[in-house]
Write a protein that binds this ligand. Sequence first.
Ligand code: ATP
Length: 448
Amino acid sequence: MVNMEKIINLCKNRGFINLSSEPYGGFSSCYDYGPLGVELKNNIKKAWWDEMTKKHDNIVGLDAAILMSPKVWQASGHLSAGFADELVECKKCHKRFRFDEIVNSKTQTQNLKCPDCGGEITSPKKFNLMMKTFVGPVEDEAAITYLRAETCQGIYMNFEWVKNAMRLKIPFGIAQIGKAFRNEITPGNFIYRTREFEQMEMQFFVKPEDADKWFDYWKEQRMNWYLSLGIKKENLRFHEHKKNELAHYARKAFDIEYNFPFGWHEIEGIHHRGDWDLSNHSKYSGKDLSYFDETTKEKYIPYIIETSCGADRILLAFLIDAYSEVKGGRTKTTKSTKEIEIVLKINKKLAPVKVAVLPLLKNKEEITKKAQEIFDALKLSFVCQYDEVGSIGRRYRRQDEIGTPYCVTIDFQTLKDNTVTARDRDTMEQKRIKIEELKEFLEKNLEI
Ligand code: ATP
């Protein structure tokens, strides 16, 4: 199985992900996405957005501000006592515990172990996961606000506006992609747990009596989404939250877990939030956020089923799942049978580069000129790379490593009959195609 070191090296060497503030040695488990990383992340976000807002015609989009009134976080429970207690975190399973709950008078505090897995625990810290900041020129108590810890609160703030403006009827959903910030006690495992990350959340507003039905629906839909994008079934599973695991807002919750090299861990949560959010915001703001059903004349606070995943965590799961090595090489350029070729068998829709254009001989001007023409004709429709450096085998290997689905090669025959070869990343099959049919061929096979 792939280890994290190989994934981190690939990300670093091939322009996917780098440490933030790298010249200063990095910063606080923050990461920057490079040219390939940003393409991959955008493709993941687009796939999610299309799945939510195009496939489901009762789901609309939103992009709310990161900074909100601090009153939002009071009502949501994020600033309550539970969030400001002394906390310890298990270094192994990352569960957090209130210090006062796991310590008793008989226990030496320095020998404390995780009550769940026996792992080593961090020393206790006064901890609130919310990242504090100041708004305005004066840094006093009145100016304190927070970077959002979850994107969904912006959706609740706009529930009524969006419902009215779009004339939505329950059941309906609001989807949002955006940054969230949590002052995690122990970030780690590369981009798995960071303090700044991107969430993709959808809040589905339903009639209270239909909530269980919709919860089951979204559980299934979300699992199927990962499968449809090629994640291996054996690497995915559900984990149901027991009563003591449930977040303060949740009545019921299932995680979708992925089998990471460091164990099974959550990539997405499906939460039954009941009326927690809209009831609390009604109470705290004084604005009635209930829903009136014109047909039945019923008035009620809608229940919310939430699907919430992290774009960064999912990206890591997609990379790990797609990573494969071929010992001895498959492109006949490896010198020794011990050499290893990497092939990133990522879903074609998600691949950061879709097409590589490769002139067979770089010294033949007619060939490079033709190749450049083809590159120019494709580059506005697909993310393309032009590469004329090194043997053709090495160039194929470079593209396989970053998961490019098609390599288009221009050779002597191209000059004679205006055809090129298109090589498939997974099968290595090479098809001869007329240049005028190339774009259509790629569109069809890349499902664009
Ligand atoms: P965890 O138990 O791993 O801390 P959580 O249960 O607190 O996660 P949620 O609040 O349910 O997470 O957030 C939904 C999703 O947001 C998670 O499934 C994950 O994909 C993503 N996410 C949450 N915290 C982080 C983080 N610190 N870094 C990266 N992604 C995160």
